[in-house]
Design a protein around this ligand. Structure first.
Ligand code: 13P
Length: 255
């Protein structure tokens, strides 16, 4: 067990929730509750809330992330946001390849790879999401699928750039459903992801990569999930929208 070699990170994915004013209020509530955290703390907010989030988080240990970015530097891509735009604002993290983007917005493994490279080349840190649908789990292809998603997403990413990548295992059937993967299921797939990173970059590098679990993680199940040897934090949806709930998960990761 090499958990000492990597940082646990708890990241909130606010999805399409909170206005700028609500963002300021929620971050102001979160800040004192997580000030003593012994793990990374990130909030990934809607694009229009980034300015408010950066202002509210200034001087604290709360880092700010976006939820997507485009793969081109600039151009005729109506409605899109580039990695350089985020970087210049002071944004540190960006979620790439969330299953909601894959399911509802036509994101593929190839576009996830292009967005990952664009974000890393602009100096952003990436929270890269992988995970299977329920039918795929039932067909017994979870390990192959997640391994393939990881490999394609990381095509062209150097070992140096990998230091700026967190991988989040999010089983789609556990997102927003209240159905959490068991701690064993989460650990098993996180270990597959780490083994895939080892295949690509070597075992030493793989030991240093933060691999989160996401999918109905909350205060009541965080302890058990985070105690697993290959679970290095969490990507939190619903529970990240309530300061006390989010802070309780941060506390669990700080033990
Ligand atoms: P929930 O925590 O609401 O299940 O969402 C998980 C998620 O999708 C985080 O990215």
């Amino acid at each position: 067990m090499n958990k000492q070699k990597r940082q646990a990170v708890i990241a909130g994915n606010w999805k399409m929730n909170k206005t700028p004013a609500e963002t300021t209020a929620l971050i102001n509530e979160i800040k004192p509750l997580v000030a003593n955290a012994d793990c990374g703390v990130v909030v990934c907010v809607p694009f229009v809330d980034l300015h408010a989030a950066l202002d509210a988080a200034k001087g604290s240990n709360v880092k700010v992330g976006a939820q997507n970015c485009h793969f081109e530097k600039s151009g005729a891509f109506t409605g899109e946001i580039s990695a350089d735009m985020l970087k210049e604002m002071g944004v540190e993290y960006v979620i790439i390849g969330h299953s909601e983007r894959r399911t509802y917005f036509g994101e593929t493994d190839v576009t996830v790879n292009k967005r990952t490279l664009a974000a890393l080349n602009s100096g952003l840190k990436v929270i890269l999401c992988v995970g299977e649908y329920l039918e795929q789990r039932e067909q017994g292809v979870t390990a192959e699928l997640v391994s393939m998603q990881t490999k394609i997403a990381l095509m062209g990413v150097t070992a140096e750039q990998l230091k700026n990548v967190i991988i989040a295992y999010e089983p789609v059937w556990a997102i927003g459903t209240g159905k959490t993967a068991t701690a064993e299921q989460a650990n098993e797939v996180n270990a597959v992801i780490r083994a895939t990173v080892a295949e690509l970059y070597g075992a030493d590098v793989a030991e240093t990569v933060t691999v989160q679990y996401g999918g109905s993680m909350k205060a009541s199940n965080a302890d058990e999930l985070l105690a697993q040897p290959d679970v290095d934090g969490g990507l939190i949806g619903g529970a990240s929208l309530v300061a006390e709930d989010f802070a309780a998960i941060v506390k669990a990761a700080s033990k």
